[in-house]
Design a protein around this ligand. Structure first.
Ligand SMILES: Cc1cc2nc3c(=O)[nH]c(=O)nc-3n(C[C@H](O)[C@H](O)[C@H](O)COP(=O)(O)OP(=O)(O)OC[C@H]3O[C@@H](n4cnc5c(N)ncnc54)[C@H](O)[C@@H]3O)c2cc1C
Length: 457
């Protein structure tokens, strides 16, 4: 609980209606989409950089932890305030400040929802490529702090590739502007990139300049099913290896497809062991050529059904079903652990076999969902935290998956970040010197360990 004098200082900044300190209110900000919970002492909703700076100065003076929060959709415990203190929720800073398609940038406040930026850009014929499955809920501040990705990132890259500049409030309360609105800018260190994936541990992002790109003329979307999951994975590696770069290539195993079918009735064949949702974009001519090449390839790998979405509505229905997959999977068990192992694409077939082998070994129920074209896999393990034996097996399986990915030259996270979920596994992919280097940066930027303490650094 905050000292009443400190609470008063904070209320003086934001007013009573943007300050929460009642248990039933605080509880709503104690968790994200992972499994851990910790109740903050207060939640504040700033509306300006100036307010953020003043709050930080007070917190710094009194040694109070400050944890930033967007929409709370993180799946790794990143915004959970494990050392309590203040949660700064950015959802009220949700204005799109500028769209400039001539100079190809947009300036947004951190609480803007990714999907709202997409809607604002569409009339100009532009888009912002990072498209996390949570794009209709998650905020741009959260996307930057988690360096979010999504299906389209196979072709277009992740959030860091689109951040041109940031305004950040540092631990001293000072406001710095990093980068610029120029597409090319190599003036010194690329400091804005340091905050991409920093998970709120270095400073508070109060304004974001992102690069926006012209929307493709058209897209073509295929749904392909295979009898065998191995063939599904092999065709992914084969298509990418042959030089075709689809905009998205999403793999789903039988269990995931069936969970989706139960919920949204897309008409996918339930008996197929593997499915691929493939989208290409560009000119009519390029899309047509690439789609024919892809159909050729999947046929060589024994595709059972190949269906092309005939209308925009059909495409949207397929994508909506894919985006619903986490939600529908969550209905299968009291708890779901959604992992994020990532390997080089050529290793996707081997990694999928390994995931299945590990889950069978520990007698666990799991589905596989993957942004397969970039090697980013989400094994979804169903379990029950109350069953101690099962829960131990779940985390042994997670450890074994990470160890297998590391052995294949892969990594712990393609897009979900580290947060609380993966801190203990960092040594599998980062040596001691590299971890120490992260600590050196953290200590230099946030010497009092005020921002999001207790996390991966
Ligand atoms: C159904 C579902 C699907 C998802 N699909 C994807 C996907 O395809 N790809 C993907 O990458 N992720 C995905 N995610 C994970 C999550 O949506 C992303 O990590 C997203 O970027 C988090 O945004 P948020 O606004 O919810 O941030 P939060 O969860 O509130 O916070 C995330 C982190 O950002 C920090 N943060 C937030 N705002 C600021 C700020 N202004 N300044 C500094 N730090 C800040 C927080 O402290 C925290 O560490 C999915 C999650 C769900 C629930």
């Amino acid at each position: 609980m905050l000292n009443p004098a400190v609470s008063k200082e904070l209320v003086d900044i934001v007013g009573r209606d943007r300050f929460l300190d009642q248990l039933e209110e605080l509880t709503c900000y104690s968790y994200d989409s992972f499994l851990e919970e910790a109740i903050p002492d207060a939640v504040l909703f700033p509306v300006s950089t100036d307010e953020v700076s003043h709050i930080v100065q007070i917190a710094s003076r009194h040694g109070i932890p400050v944890t930033a929060r967007g929409a709370g959709t993180s799946v790794c415990g990143a915004p959970v305030p494990v050392q309590h203190g203040i949660v700064l929720c950015f959802t009220h800073m949700n204005r799109i400040l500028e769209v400039n398609t001539r100079d190809r940038y947009a300036i947004v406040q951190p609480g803007v929802i990714n999907g709202d930026l997409q809607k604002a850009l569409a009339p100009y014929g532009f888009f912002f490529p990072p498209d996390p499955g949570s794009m209709n809920m998650s905020t741009m501040g959260g996307n930057v702090a988690q360096n979010a990705g999504g299906p389209r990132c196979l072709k277009y890259g992740v959030t860091v590739d689109y951040v041109l500049g940031l305004e950040v409030v540092l631990a001293s309360g000072k406001v710095v502007r990093l980068g610029s609105r120029n597409i090319k800018d190599v003036t010194g260190y690329r400091l804005s990139a340091l905050f991409c994936g920093s998970e709120g541990t270095l400073g508070l992002i109060t304004e974001i300049i992102v690069k926006v790109v012209p929307a493709p003329v058209t897209t073509k979307t295929l749904m392909v099913t295979f009898k065998d999951l191995d063939d599904t994975a092999e065709s992914v590696a084969d298509i990418i290896g042959s030089g075709i770069l689809p905009a998205a290539m999403e793999l789903m195993d039988k269990m995931t497809v069936n969970a989706i079918e139960d919920a949204v009735h897309l008409g996918l064949p339930r008996e197929a062991d593997g499915s691929l949702l493939i989208e290409v974009d560009g000119s009519e001519e390029t899309c047509e050529r690439e789609i024919r090449q892809i159909i050729e390839k999947v046929k060589q790998h024994g595709a059972v059904t190949i269906e092309e979405a005939a209308t925009e509505e059909e495409k949207e229905r397929i994508w909506a079903a894919r985006r619903s997959s986490y939600g529908v999977f969550a209905k299968l068990a009291p708890d779901i652990v959604s992992e994020d192992v990532t390997v080089p694409v050529s290793k996707v077939p081997a990694m999928i076999r390994k995931i299945q082998e590990i889950c069978a070994h520990y007698n666990l129920t799991a589905g596989i969902l993957a942004h397969a074209g970039d090697g980013n896999m989400h094994p979804l393990i169903a379990g029950n935290r109350q069953d101690k034996d099962e829960w131990t097996r779940v985390w042994q399986a997670v450890h074994d998956m990470f160890a297998a990915a590391a052995e294949m030259g892969g990594t712990l996270s393609g897009e979900h970040g580290i947060g609380l979920a993966k801190s203990e596994f960092l040594p599998l992919v980062m040596d001691e010197d590299s971890r120490e280097f992260m600590q050196v940066i953290k200590k230099a930027v946030d010497p009092g360990n005020m921002f999001n303490p207790g996390k991966f650094v």
